[in-house]
Design a protein around this ligand. Structure first.
Ligand SMILES: Cc1cc2nc3c(=O)[nH]c(=O)nc-3n(C[C@H](O)[C@H](O)[C@H](O)COP(=O)(O)OP(=O)(O)OC[C@H]3O[C@@H](n4cnc5c(N)ncnc54)[C@H](O)[C@@H]3O)c2cc1C
Length: 385
């Protein structure tokens, strides 16, 4: 089996790499320190339509296949995980509207989201509700022409600057999804600071206090809110994070190769020590293995295979674990310098840990992968009997 990018995928990859190397990588440390992405960068992402990669051309999108979308996430993730995180959440909300929105919602929002005129945030998690996401405490009550939302969301990436939130809430015990504009009365944004990683992803807590949302902003029927809307959005989010984790791994590898050639101890470069070579060997192999799982997940999505979601779970689980291990080795190879601000590996180390938690923690990925494996086993036994 030959795994080869098409010529247009190769051209796109070169474009993404050049953009990441010139517009993001040199400034990523500053973004991390200042805990925000500058408006100029967001404008440049919008100009290149990197905020509209999976949207169709008729609404202003680039209509990428999933492999090309993955390549973008790897390259941006290699330079700055916070910037990749913007692509992830904006992609999740855009895709959700494209797939589940009414025709009015699609016509109104998709061109605005594709142009980057409005940025979005995905608001599922709450202070008391994380992995057990079906049991939300945020409620929505129908009162005439509006639903009134009450509740509290936490850990919402780009909540500080989003003009549109995809908010999950219960209607009479059934999870539902709403499009809520950032300026809706009763929606209060409280910035979160001092995070371990992806520090520039401008997280916020969102307080919903008698927040009136027009009934036309309900995205899918109650009951479909979690099973359909949240899970399909999370599938895309996991795919993006899986590739972003490969980007972190690749960045760690490149930094470690460079450092171990330059740095001398005992009169020779670090690269001549076999224990350093062992770490480099593991890095190269692990990064490559994770990338192959991502290709497999992308291929399964592009060819509409029924196992695409499971392939994505495995890619996210493996790639985020890989990024954490590889980042830890990258810090080790840099020694004391790996713990200071002069080299990027300490940021990679912090960002990599976050990859194991977001879009469903890796324990939840394990649970779902195992459940799917048992189901496949049952199906096989049934087919053979
Ligand atoms: C930087 C960052 C950005 C984020 N961005 C967003 C965002 O944009 N939108 C959003 O909605 N959320 C966001 N989140 C929240 C994230 O999705 C949750 O943190 C994640 O789903 C885990 O939920 P929790 O933190 O409540 O952990 P908990 O659910 O409390 O879990 C705590 C620990 O217990 C484990 N655990 C829980 N249940 C089980 C089980 N059944 N079996 C085994 N182990 C289990 C978990 O794996 C974890 O290790 C973000 C989080 C971070 C850190």
């Amino acid at each position: 089996m030959k795994i080869e990018l098409t010529s247009s995928q190769q051209a796109a990859q070169a474009e993404f790499r050049a953009f990441a190397d010139t517009e993001i990588f040199p400034f990523a440390h500053r973004f991390d320190q200042e805990e925000c992405l500058p408006t100029e960068l967001i404008c440049k992402l919008a100009e290149h339509k990197y905020l509209a990669t999976i949207l169709p051309a008729e609404v202003g999108g680039r209509d990428f296949d999933m492999i090309t979308f993955g390549l973008l996430n790897e390259e941006i993730g290699r330079a700055c995980s916070s910037t990749r995180s913007l692509l992830t959440v904006h992609g999740m909300v855009s895709y959700t509207i494209l797939r589940w929105g009414t025709s009015q919602q699609r016509e109104y929002w998709l061109p605005r989201l594709a142009a980057g005129d409005t940025l979005t945030a995905f608001a599922l998690t709450e202070p008391n509700v994380g992995s057990d996401a079906k049991h939300l405490e945020t409620s929505a009550e129908r009162q005439g022409e509006v639903y009134v939302l009450n509740g509290h969301k936490k850990w919402i990436s780009f909540g500080q600057i989003a003009g549109l939130f995809l908010i999950f809430a219960q209607i009479e015990g059934q999870p539902a999804a709403f499009l809520v504009e950032g300026n809706t009365p009763g929606l209060i944004v409280e910035p979160m600071r001092g995070l371990l990683g992806t520090r520039a992803s401008m997280l916020a807590e969102i307080h919903l206090e008698k927040c009136p949302v027009p009934k036309g902003n309900l995205l899918a029927s109650p009951g479909l809110g979690f099973a359909a809307v949240a899970l399909s959005a999370l599938d895309l989010g996991r795919y993006s994070v899986a590739w972003g984790s490969v980007g972190i791994g690749q960045a760690c590898l490149e930094a470690s190769l460079h450092y171990s050639r330059q740095r001398q101890q005992f009169g020779v470069p670090l690269q001549s020590f076999q224990l350093i070579q062992e770490m480099i060997t593991n890095m190269v192999t692990q990064v490559k293995a994770a990338r192959l799982l991502c290709y497999q997940a992308g291929y399964s999505h592009d060819s509409h295979q029924s196992n695409a979601t499971t392939e994505t779970l495995m890619a996210k689980y493996f790639a985020s674990n890989m990024a954490s291990r590889v980042a830890s080795d990258a810090v080790q190879i840099h020694g004391g310098n790996g713990c200071g601000p002069d080299y990027p590996v300490s940021r990679y180390f912090r960002d990599a840990k976050v990859m194991e938690i977001i879009e469903g923690s890796n324990q939840m990925q394990q649970v779902m992968i195992a459940q799917n494996a048992y189901q496949e086993c049952k199906n096989l036994a049934r087919a053979l009997s």
